[in-house]
Write a protein that binds this ligand. Structure first.
Ligand code: PHE
Length: 346
């Protein structure tokens, strides 16, 4: 029986020696040390031996069991670490690799120009009218009727308006001036607002004209507002926007909703008044329309023109951006060409 024991021991030891995977070790453990393994078979027979042999063989069996267990677990530990290392190596992440490149966008030049103009007027005490008082889809009532442009009056054709098929009187606004009416219907003077937004006109598209563009409307209504206030505010705006005092010219003009009316020119940025292609040789560039709010407009919204007066202006944002950044084609704003847009990255 002793030889049998030693034989199993040396078989097991050589099996352990030959094992190459965790699985092999598990099989060996099962074969020799399991409940129905070879050692247990022998231990079962111990009871038939003499007390003396029981002690000697029993203790040897225990010794061998312990040795096999520790040999298996030692090797198990080695295999386990090897397999773990293999797995880690396979799943290894190189944290020094550069991250994924996410291209950074930039603010559209019309947006940044609008923000800049809005900030200037906010510093002068104007606030931005709420969006719902400046909708792009308007009724003729706001775009024309209340702005002193009667039905069938030729002034309605001053701007080629897009009519919609929503209803006969619903238009894409041709100017932001409708915001004046919305605001005055909702607020009592003193009123000091600006309203930036998109407008639409049925124009033939070329380098100077697009069938939609952007304006900023301004309105100031209070007691004792004069044309002098209008000139002061606009000259200050021009100084702040162009970064220097620039010669300006208030040219007498006509708008149905202002009286008197003016168009305001700044001296040409490109040629400083000498005359060039940009200013068609005149030395001046028109940037906005303005005037004193017509008494008929005030009356229409229930403001007494004998008590209150006001001025209004509307400027083209594209025009102002083109002048500041020497852009010679309005279509560049709308082509989404990154080569153009990326030049405005801050
Ligand atoms: N709405 C006019 C235009 O689009 C500009 C303007 C606004 C003129 C306010 C006077 C007062 O041409």
């Amino acid at each position: 029986m002793k030889e049998q024991l030693e034989k199993i021991y040396s078989d097991a030891a050589s099996d352990i020696e030959k094992a190459v995977t965790v699985k092999d070790l598990e099989d060996i453990k099962f074969k020799y040390l399991g409940r129905k393994g070879e050692f247990n078979e022998i231990k079962k027979k111990l009871k038939d031996l003499s007390d003396e042999d029981k002690r000697i063989i029993g203790s040897r069996a225990n010794e061998i069991t312990k040795q096999l267990e520790s040999a298996i677990s030692e090797k198990f530990q080695i295999f386990y670490e090897q397999e773990l290392n293999k797995k880690l190596e396979k799943e290894r992440i190189d944290i020094t690799l550069p991250g994924q490149y996410i291209p950074r966008g930039s603010v559209h030049p019309l947006t940044s120009t609008t923000n800049e103009i809005v900030a200037i007027f906010q510093n002068l005490g104007f606030s931005v009218a709420p969006n719902e008082e400046s909708p792009e889809v308007e009724t003729e009532y706001f775009n024309f009727d209340m702005l002193n442009v009667p039905k069938d009056h030729p002034a309605r054709d001053m701007q080629d308006t897009f009519y919609t098929n929503i209803a006969k009187n619903v238009v894409l606004r041709s100017q932001t001036s409708g915001a004046q009416v919305h605001v005055m219907e909702n607020q009592k003077p003193p009123i000091r607002i600006i309203a930036p937004g998109r407008v639409y006109r049925n124009e033939n598209i070329n380098s100077r004209k697009n069938n939609f563009f952007h304006q900023i409307e301004g309105l100031y209504v209070d007691k004792n507002i004069t044309f002098g206030d209008l000139k002061g505010v606009l000259n200050e705006f021009i100084r702040l926007y162009f970064g220097a005092v620039r010669p300006t010219r208030f040219r007498s003009s006509f708008f149905p909703f202002t009286e008197p009316s003016a168009e305001v020119d700044v001296q040409c940025i490109m040629c400083e008044g000498k005359g060039c292609r940009t200013c068609s040789g005149t030395g001046w560039l028109e940037i906005l329309g303005a005037g004193m709010v017509d008494p008929n407009v005030l009356r229409g919204v229930g403001i007494d023109p004998d008590v209150y007066s006001g001025f209004a202006f509307g400027m083209g944002i594209e025009r102002l951006a083109m002048l500041k950044y020497a852009i010679d084609d309005i279509r560049l704003f709308f082509n989404n060409d990154l080569r153009f847009l990326e030049q405005f990255k801050k």
